[in-house]
Every structure is written in structure tokens, then in C-alpha cells.
Design a binder for this molecule. Structure first.
Ligand SMILES: *Cc1c(COP(=O)(O)O)cnc(C)c1O
Length: 407
């Protein structure tokens, strides 16, 4: 436990207890704030998506915080992800929507996971599990309204709906929610968005004709939640924006606060002479006598190797350029001939919210790089940058509005 972290301003550094090489410090106050932004902007309830270990922020702590902040449910891809949350003590509504035929449907039913099915075959497996356990299963229908990925396809709709109606009549399952996923959520006025919404309405109307009424209908991922409240139906289903990133950066930050600071410490400082090549294959040579620093973060931790030669690392309020190849475990920065006032053990921020390096001792001079900067520089999206932060980065939680922070 970290009693000192509680009540500290969001950008100060929490006390280190395990002194790891690398941390993903997650501001739970930001998570709670972002849930509120999503509820206010969408005008509906929030189902917080915490798949992929909460976009690598830690599904359990993020999920607990989101529920405490008013989210009505948590969404994940796999049944095992939902079961892990259950085992972690979350007793709220958990929805899982991506399954192979070998998935643990029985475990999902036993743990009262809301299993969203994409085919009559998946529904049949859930029904089998419910009969075997002698326990009513909670199911949602994931409808393919135009994304052409997961979801019940139009030619399997009648079979799925018939099977659902008979299983509900038998008492083997209860219908929970009906959902679909947008192909162009990030293009707010793309005509397919409204078409997908209408198709979902038609599916719900067809269920009603069969005497089946879902408790919730939900469509909107982060971009739609923030820009198309008219599409939301009963709840929005955001992931990325829960973590504080704008799903449509051209439209601004929507008041969201990035929750994660990806940070390390300087492990070693050394002097090198002009002409010395640095790191594998010596892709960079010191143009003058200079001081180098090693940062123990590499591509196995989620630092893209493609950023070799262009990454900058924020130390003591200043940005220092990465030099040479980024390796699996470490990268090298150039402190300049005077060493930049940097010492071994100093905090090195790889990315974070813009104010992440501000502290009472060292006011930030240069802006802290963001996950979005890394994404832009490597031709990807911030979703990929944050979700690939590796398991060696110790998750550390600060500013929990409802409890203690800990590492
Ligand atoms: C990942 C996912 C979301 C969340 O999407 P974001 O763009 O991160 O908000 C919502 N719904 C489904 C079905 C998903 O797979």
C-alpha cells in the first residue's frame, strides 16, 4: 500500500516501493472523470470497455473505478477476461462478446457473465451450458449491421432469433442486451452510422414481435459516444476515451484526461567520445564528446522500435533525443556534452498526459510526449500504442477517488 499517494496532486510522483525499472502509472481520478465526460456528452449510461486488460491499464482497477464512477456495466472481448474480473471481486454486469467454439461457455454461465453471441451455434452452446448447469444463462445478441466482422449475419438472424425464443420459453436463457458495432464511428456523419442504427432497430423490432424485449440496446464506441448521441440508444460502449484519449483528435480532446503515464528511471549514465557508435549496428555516432543515458524500456515493453532515432524522453522537465536503435529492454538518450543535469535514478517519462512531468520540484519546460505522438510517428493509432504496453511495466495506481492507491 502507498498511503502517501492518496491526496497528492495528480502529477506528483508516487512513492516507489518496489523500485521497478518501468511503470505504467494510472490516474484513477482521470478514469472516473472520463466516465463522467462520456455520460454527460452522450446523455446516456456508460458500459466501460476494459478488454485487453483495460487497454493495458489494468482491467480490474479500471473496471472497479468505472463502476464506482457510475458505469452500469463492463465490456470485454473474451469470457475468460470477464471471469477474471469476477474472480477479482467485481459483481456487476459483465458482457463478453468474442468466442471460439471452444470457449468456456459453462464457466461464463456459472459466473453469470452476459455472453453476447454472434451466431446460432454460439447461442446453442450457451443453451447447452445452461441446461447442464441447471442455471439460466444471460445472453446478448451481437448483430452484424454492416461492420462484417463479428455479429449475427442477416442470413442467420431468423435461426438465431427462433432459437432464442424457444430457449427463453424453456427458461434456459434470458435476453439481456442487443448490440452492434460501427464501421465508421470515427466519421461522425458517415451515412452508414445511421443505417447501422436503423438495422439494429429492425432487429429489436423483430425480437419484440417474437415476444423478446432486450433490457438495453447499445451501439456507440468512443467516437460515436462523443459525437452522435442520437445513435446511442440506451447506453454507450466506449473503450479508448475511458482511458482519456480523443478518438477524433481533429475535434479536440473533449475534456478527456489521459490516465496513463509510462515512465522509467535513468539506469546508467556514461561519457562517450566523438565518433563512438551507439547501440546495435551503430546507427548513430556521437558527433562530439557527449554524455549518454540508458533508459530501461524497450520494444518488449511497448516502445516501438520504429521510433529508433526519433523518440524523445522527458527528464527533469526537458526532452532528450533517443539515439541509435531501440532494443528489447532499453534505449539510449543523448544528454549532451554537459550531461543536462541528469543523474542516474532520475525519472524518465516516455509518454503521459501533457502535464505528467510537472511536480513541485521540477516544473515542465518541454511538453511531455503523448501516446498519440508515438502513434502519429509510427503510422498507427493510439489504441495500439497503449494496449501494447508490456507486462514488465508495473501498474501503479494513483488518485483513486474511492480508496487507497497502491502499486
Ligand atoms: C473495443 C470495442 C469497443 C470500444 O471501442 P473504442 O473505440 O475503444 O471506444 C466497443 N465495442 C466493441 C464491440 C468493441 O470490440
Amino acid at each position: 500500500m502507498e498511503p502517501c499517494a492518496q491526496g497528492k496532486p495528480p502529477n506528483s510522483e508516487p512513492v516507489d516501493l518496489h523500485a521497478a525499472n518501468l511503470y505504467a502509472t494510472v490516474d484513477l481520478g482521470a478514469i472516473a472523470h472520463n466516465v463522467g465526460v462520456l455520460r454527460d456528452r452522450s446523455g446516456t449510461d456508460v458500459i466501460a470497455v476494459v478488454k485487453a486488460d483495460g487497454y493495458a491499464h489494468g482491467a480490474l482497477r479500471v473496471g472497479r473505478t468505472a463502476l464506482a464512477a457510475g458505469a452500469i456495466a463492463l465490456g470485454v472481448a473474451q469470457i475468460d477476461e470477464a471471469r477474471a474480473l469476477r474472480a477479482g471481486g467485481i459483481d456487476g454486469h459483465l458482457i463478453a462478446w468474442l468466442h471460439t467454439p471452444q470457449a468456456d461457455f459453462a464457466g461464463g454461465v456459472a459466473d453469470n457473465i452476459d455472453i453476447a453471441v454472434s451466431s446460432p451455434r454460439q447461442l446453442a452452446r450457451v443453451i447447452d451450458a445452461a441446461r447442464t448447469l441447471g442455471r439460466r444463462a444471460t445472453v446478448s445478441l451481437k448483430v452484424d449491421t454492416g461492420l462484417a466482422r463479428s455479429g449475427i449475419s442477416i442470413d442467420e438472424w431468423d435461426r438465431t432469433a427462433d432459437l432464442l425464443a424457444s430457449a427463453v420459453a424453456e427458461g434456459a436463457v434470458e435476453l439481456s442486451t442487443v448490440m452492434c458495432h460501427l464501421a465508421f464511428g470515427d466519421v461522425p456523419d458517415h451515412p452508414l452510422n445511421s443505417v447501422q442504427s436503423q438495422r439494429l432497430d429492425e432487429a429489436v423490432a423483430d425480437l419484440r414481435r417474437r415476444g423478446l424485449t432486450p433490457k438495453l440496446v447499445h451501439i456507440a464506441n468512443s467516437p460515436a459516444a462523443l459525437t452522435r448521441p442520437d445513435l446511442a440508444h440506451d447506453a454507450v460502449r466506449p473503450g479508448l476515451s475511458i482511458y482519456g484519449y480523443s478518438p477524433i483528435p481533429e475535434l479536440g480532446d473533449f475534456g478527456l484526461i489521459p490516465a496513463m503515464t509510462f515512465e522509467s528511471r535513468i539506469s546508467l549514465i556514461k561519457a562517450v567520445s566523438a565518433g563512438q557508435g551507439v547501440s546495435y549496428s551503430h546507427t548513430w555516432e556521437a558527433p562530439e564528446d557527449t554524455m549518454l543515458a540508458v533508459v530501461p524500456a524497450g520494444y518488449a515493453d511497448g516502445v516501438p522500435r520504429l521510433l529508433s532515432g526519433s523518440i524523445t524522453v522527458h527528464v527533469n522537465g526537458r526532452l532528450f533525443p533517443g539515439v541509435g536503435r531501440i532494443c528489447m529492454d532499453q534505449l539510449v538518450i543523448d544528454l549532451g556534452p554537459d550531461g543536462g543535469g541528469v543523474a542516474e535514478g532520475d525519472r524518465a517519462v516516455l509518454f503521459g498526459p501533457a502535464a505528467a512531468a510537472t511536480s513541485s520540484i521540477t516544473p515542465a519546460v518541454d511538453p511531455v510526449p503523448t501516446a498519440t505522438d508515438w502513434a502519429d510517428a509510427t503510422g498507427t493509432i493510439d489504441y495500439e500504442i497503449i494496449s501494447r504496453i508490456g507486462s514488465r511495466a508495473v501498474r501503479r495506481y494513483v488518485n483513486d477517488p474511492w480508496g487507497d492507491s497502491d502499486g
